[in-house]
Design a protein around this ligand. Structure first.
Ligand code: 5AD
Ligand code: SF4
Length: 453
């Protein structure tokens, strides 16, 4: 190891899985003797953990990595690395396009990063590892937590091949970790003070299915993910369990029964809808109809009326007409989502939909995007009014970014709650907050008591 030790900085784009990988990589690098840089400017090793899911995400990362060219001229020893989905997607082409980049590492090889940095230090630029191998979950298991909530990657990859989506191409096939291994990691995190466990997977509701199929043990009535939820919920000290991203097609009876009966599974469900038009859903190869989506939400609501729902929607998918869009708008109004991510369709080279053209003009995409977000804002403000006068269990996360005199946390339904701190309040405390007023974005109130727990 060099003396003084080299300092690293990781900049993360995209989803929670990338955030979690960056946490794990930091731990891995620290174990190898590197130290975190106080800031990006002070780093000797700069890593960009990138996302490919939309064109905009890739462009943002390429732009940022491009800016490093100048810095590299002034600091020739600076190591610049691109990792994550864009690295996997573009591979060696990135090294050609960005000559100041030293290394590119794909999504299934990130555990080898320390060895590859050593390679660069030994003068071998551009070691690329793409598209092969299985992810080494054990080397990536240790990771630091910030705040009372901890991410646990339980599966990776996706076998769905929705026609617009690059994920199966860059993250590979589904691979799940055994329940025991996940439980062990959860125990460790609780031991470090975690109160809330967020289970992560690109297609998390398919957890364990590929493995069960291979072993000849799979039946459509089973839900290995429900079994996992049960095991994680039973770990002493786990106050809350959340998970993302699911697929409505896998939400069978066993799943609904588990999420609505386990007391620490939070009543907030993110269920990507993508479109409310059956014709578009078919073209997207989502594998469900609007009616089937509706019935999953109804099944959860029937057993858990206070559940909050959020979703992902794509506007401007190839051939989407005003009528298709209207179907999406109506279904969203009917379900009454508490939050939604709305994306303008962008073709991803190599996906099935990329060959369908991109025929919805940009202004129409923008307009549809705007309409859905406006609808949502009005509706969420309305829905949040229901909280006024009610008491919510809030997990205290620390001083609010906007106004550090107040604290912020989240309700079980995933609403941001802002409240006056009381003496002795600590990060990770579960508090009871009486909501006094609301906006479309947050609930505001006062602490009644600290929940025993
Ligand atoms: N264009 C626009 N949005 C996309 N998403 C995935 N692929 C695309 C694409 N090509 C959205 C989906 C998914 C979320 C993570 O990103 O809504 O659920
Ligand atoms: Fe992409 Fe569909 Fe897999 Fe989600 S389920 S990661 S949208 S292919």
């Amino acid at each position: 190891m060099q003396d003084p030790p080299l300092r690293f900085h990781i900049r993360t784009y995209g989803c929670q899985m990338n955030e979690r990988d960056s946490e794990a990589l930091s731990c891995l690098l620290e174990r190898e003797g590197y130290v975190p840089a106080a800031s990006e400017d002070e780093a000797d090793i700069l890593l960009f953990n990138t996302c490919s899911v939309r064109d905009q995400a890739e462009r943002k990362a390429v732009g940022k990595v491009g800016l490093m060219r100048k810095r590299k001229r002034a600091e020739p020893d600076l190591i610049v690395g691109v990792i994550g989905c864009m690295a996997e997607n573009q591979g060696a082409a990135l090294l050609e396009r960005l000559p100041h980049v030293d290394l590119v590492v794909g999504t299934r090889q990130i555990h080898r990063l320390p060895a590859m940095i050593a390679g660069v230090l030994a003068g071998r630029r551009g070691v690329v590892r793409i598209g092969t191998g299985e992810i080494d979950f054990t080397r990536l298991a240790g990771h630091r937590r910030s705040g009372p909530s901890a991410y646990v990657a339980v599966m990776r990859g996706c076998n769905q091949f929705c026609s617009y989506c690059i994920v199966p191409h860059v993250r590979g096939r589904e691979q799940s970790r055994p329940i025991d291994e996940v439980v062990e990691e959860v125990r460790g995190l609780v031991g470090q003070g975690a109160k809330e466990i967020v289970l992560l997977g690109q297609n998390i509701t398919a957890y364990g299915i590929a493995e069960a199929r291979r072993a000849g043990l799979y039946t459509p009535q089973a839900s290995p993910f429900a079994d996992l939820l049960r095991a994680v919920s039973a770990v002493p000290g786990v106050e809350r369990v959340r998970f993302t991203s699911p697929h409505p097609g896998f939400m069978n009876k066993a799943f609904v029964e588990a999420v609505t009966s386990l007391p620490n599974v939070c009543e907030a469900f993110h269920i990507p809808l993508q479109s409310g038009s059956d014709r578009i859903l078919r073209l997207m190869r989502r594998g469900y109809s609007a009616a089937e989506y509706r019935s999953v939400v109804a099944a959860i609501r029937a057993r858990c009326p206070q559940a909050a729902f959020s979703t992902d929607v794509i506007v401007g998918f190839p051939t989407e007409t005003a009528a298709d869009f209207a179907a999406t708008r109506e279904l969203m109004a009917e379900i009454g989502f508490d939050m939604a991510y709305v994306f303008k369709y962008s073709p991803r080279p190599g996906t099935e939909a990329a060959a369908m053209g991109d025929d919805v003009p940009e202004p129409a995409k923008l307009e549809r995007n705007k309409i859905l977000l406006e609808d949502l804002e009005v509706r969420v403000r309305e829905r949040n009014r229901r909280y006024v006068g009610k008491v919510c269990e809030v997990l205290a996360e620390g001083p609010s970014k906007r106004n550090p005199a107040r604290w912020s946390g989240r309700s079980r339904t995933n609403k941001v709650c802002i409240f006056e701190p009381v003496r002795g309040l600590a990060v990770g405390d579960l508090v009871e907050v009486r909501v006094e007023w609301v906006t479309a974005h947050s609930l505001f109130g006062r602490i009644l008591a600290t929940c025993p727990g």
